[in-house]
Design a protein around this ligand. Structure first.
Ligand SMILES: [Zn+2]
Length: 99
């Protein structure tokens, strides 16, 4: 799947990643690879982690690796527990009338 991160296009896919890394983002080639042996939760947190790296790159920010993992885990947890937030920000289905 292709995604746009602040004007930069990335192809997001799954694949084998040797070593301890669970995901890779390559800003030069515009590729995000998520290890295909992860649990669904770890896969979701990893893709968010790599997207945050892409935001970091596009914004010329510098986060610590631990900060990125905490942001990814926090975002995943909040969005998974509160799917109505995705609806509210208009990324999932039609917004409810009470929003
Ligand atoms: Zn990272």
């Amino acid at each position: 799947m292709k995604i746009d991160v602040l004007g930069y296009e990335y192809e997001v896919g799954r694949g084998y990643i040797p070593g301890d890394a669970t995901g890779i983002v390559d800003h030069k080639t515009g590729c995000i690879i998520i290890d295909d042996n992860l649990s669904p939760t770890m896969s979701a947190e990893t893709v968010l982690h790599e997207v945050i790296h892409a935001i970091e790159y596009a914004s010329r920010l510098e986060f610590e690796e631990t900060e990125i993992w905490l942001l990814a885990r926090g975002l995943y947890s909040v969005l998974k527990s509160n799917a109505q937030l995705l609806e509210m920000i208009g990324v999932c289905n039609e917004p409810s009338e009470d929003i």
